[in-house]
Design a protein around this ligand. Structure first.
Ligand code: SF4
Ligand code: SF4
Length: 301
């Protein structure tokens, strides 16, 4: 069972939800920090390092003796990571996606692939949580391959919570693919609503069942609630704008440990999600939230 926690924008409390949900799971669970550009789940979980591995992607290396400068490799590469001007190609490893296409199209078999490090994947055991964390090297922009490497380290058959990067771009898609359910975390503000709409579009496109957590209830207005109500999007949990939560967060503490009265909320969240996932025995169309078409009345409030 794979559950992803995502949000259309940063700063909504996505990691707070992911780490507290994992701690409240009640049994062994995996937590994958897929926000590899700035992983922060470890700040809330002290544990014992179990392993650390470099993650590499295959990038091309050209055998000059075989290359005839035909330029096929450069014409194939959509990312301009290999460029030929009728001579031996120039290679820009930091732009390479490691697809292997240039090697395949080279008529002279002049290209072989070599490993190029993009970051590390660490495994930490923190009580009931096995935290798998990706950390991109400084200056590297290829986060999706590292996210896939983090997910590949998850153990089959053991529940996993994925802490996705913010937004709706490729690294988020790389995180969400294969998830059984997505929790979208938002806040009750116009910005929160705008980015929630984008996130809803994304999970609808991926056809993954989802629900919403509204964080910092008490700030902003009721437009997020109205949108969810009118679109048939289930609100799984509301977290109040409680100054004590912010203080616990700033100290690197879990909400459910600093403020035990919140434990029930996160255990209830787990139950709500498991129940919705169990509905997967039904056709997806029956469990996918009904989302109003863009511009539908009420959603523009
Ligand atoms: S492996 Fe793919 S992305 Fe990298 S240089 Fe070759 S064609 Fe471009
Ligand atoms: S496709 Fe092969 S032979 Fe042609 S320029 Fe690229 S490396 Fe050289």
């Amino acid at each position: 069972m794979i559950l992803a926690v995502a949000s259309g924008k940063g700063g909504t409390g996505k990691t707070t939800v992911a780490v507290n949900l994992a701690r409240a799971w009640g049994s062994s669970v995996q937590l994958a920090d897929c926000d590899v550009e700035e992983p922060n789940a470890h700040l809330f979980l002290s544990g014992i390092l179990q392993g650390e591995e470099s993650v590499v992607i295959p990038v091309p290396e050209v055998n000059e003796a075989l290359c005839n400068g035909c330029g096929e490799c450069g014409r194939f590469c959509a990312y301009h990571a290999i460029v030929s001007f009728g001579t031996k190609p120039l290679i820009f490893p930091e732009m390479c996606h490691g697809c292997g296409g240039c090697a395949k199209v080279c008529p002279e078999k002049a290209i072989r692939e070599v490993g190029h490090r993009i970051g590390v994947a660490k495994t930490v055991q923190a009580e009931n949580i096995t935290l798998v964390q990706g950390c991109l090297d400084v200056g590297v922009v290829m986060s999706s391959p590292l996210i896939r490497a983090v997910k590949a380290r998850l153990q089959n058959g053991l529940a996993a919570v994925l802490d996705a990067p913010p937004g709706t771009s490729c690294p988020v898609i790389a995180t969400l693919r294969g998830a059984d359910f997505v929790i979208l975390v938002t806040e009750p503000t116009p910005f929160g609503l705008h980015d929630l709409r984008l996130a809803v579009d994304m999970v609808q496109e991926l056809r993954i069942p989802f629900g919403v957590i509204v964080n910092r209830v008490g700030i902003g207005d009721d437009r997020v609630h109205a949108y969810c109500h009118e679109a048939g999007v289930p609100i799984l949990l509301e977290i109040p704008d409680d100054r004590r939560i912010a203080e616990a967060y700033s100290r690197g503490e879990l909400i459910i440990e600093a403020l035990p009265e919140y434990r029930d909320h996160f255990e209830g969240l787990r139950e709500a999600v498991l129940e919705r996932i169990s509905q997967n025995s039904h056709p997806r169309s029956q469990i996918m939230p009904r989302v109003a078409a863009p511009g539908a009345s009420g959603s523009q409030r």
